[in-house]
Design a protein. Structure first.
Length: 298
């Protein structure tokens, strides 16, 4: 199967401190399409599964275990998902979203190419970062003020763990995320959820701002013009939702393709399911031409 390469905007730093950024990957095969269409994992857990199956190598790390796929930064996982989508279904994306204005709500078509999504690599690779809070934001415990923090950036494991809370209560999810990502506050190692609760809103804001500053970025916010009400709005494009939704809607088609190829070529289901979508499509096109040629010859 054809292998492709890309460079992660962030990268994975191993225990020895070596940075791994070059990725070898291949498109999803029918097997992954079926697996993703059927399973009941949350979006982030599905991303972990698909990355560990389709990414062959990151730097010198191969194969990619689920445990490392989970530790990749959120932007790196999003980036790989975009690359996998491009390799499997092509770079053009067409989706429909509702206009967010309450008095409109019309469906708006959005249409863009994955190549046009801005990607900004991170400059500092971490994996640990230091931040000095402003004096007003200092963390006070037992009468002592601490300003120096150590943190890591959010990764796939955080997304998997917090996605349920995020749907219920965003504030709780954010507190838990900080508790997972903060490594130290002053001399205090690994902050507890209670200590995070005691961080002032200003301190939280300074931490979030610094995390955003050092993280690699994938710009998934789209400016959209509603043709119905003519107003402009910005929507976050929900990559995971879109990607897995696409898998589900194409599942029936997948089974028809497998049937068609098995019927004409007498290949086993296993062989066909190991092909990526464009390979199945190519055979189907050849078959269609052949059948038309035979029909014309009669
Ligand atoms: Zn509108």
């Amino acid at each position: 199967m054809e292998e492709k390469t890309c460079i992660l905007p962030g990268g994975w730093v191993d225990e020895q401190g070596a940075l791994h950024r070059e990725v070898i990957f291949s498109a999803l095969t029918g097997r992954e399409e079926a697996l993703l269409a059927d399973n009941k994992l949350n979006g982030a857990a599905q991303v972990t599964v698909v990355l560990s199956r389709c990414v062959k190598r990151i730097g010198s790390i191969h194969p990619l275990s689920e445990s490392i796929a989970r530790k990749l930064l959120i932007a790196d996982r999003d980036y790989l998902l975009l690359k996998l989508r491009e390799a499997t279904f092509g770079s053009q994306v067409q989706a429909t979203i509702p206009c967010p204005w309450p008095d409109c709500g019309e469906k708006v078509d959005i249409d863009f190419s994955i190549d046009d999504i801005p990607v900004t690599p991170s400059q500092e690779k971490g994996p640990l970062y230091r931040l000095v809070l402003s004096p007003e934001a200092a963390f006070v415990e037992d009468g002592k003020a601490h300003r120096e923090l150590g943190f890591r950036l959010p990764n796939g494991g955080d997304q998997e763990r917090l996605s349920a809370h995020l749907a219920e209560n965003e504030a709780i999810a954010l507190t838990q995320l900080l508790a997972r990502c903060l490594q130290s506050i002053g001399p205090i190692e690994i902050a507890s959820a209670d200590q995070i609760e005691n961080l002032s809103p200003l301190a939280r804001m300074e931490i979030e701002r610094e995390m955003l500053r050092v993280a690699p970025k994938i710009e998934l916010n789209m400016d959209v013009n509603c043709p119905e009400c003519a107003r402009l709005f910005t929507v976050p494009f929900d990559l995971q939702d879109f990607f897995f939704g696409e898998m589900r809607t194409s599942r029936d088609l997948l089974y028809r393709e497998v049937h068609y190829l098995a019927y004409h070529y007498h290949w086993s289901e296993k062989e066909i399911m190991e092909m990526p979508k464009d390979q199945r499509r190519n055979y189907i096109e050849v078959l269609a031409d052949e059948i038309e040629r035979l029909n014309n010859a009669v």
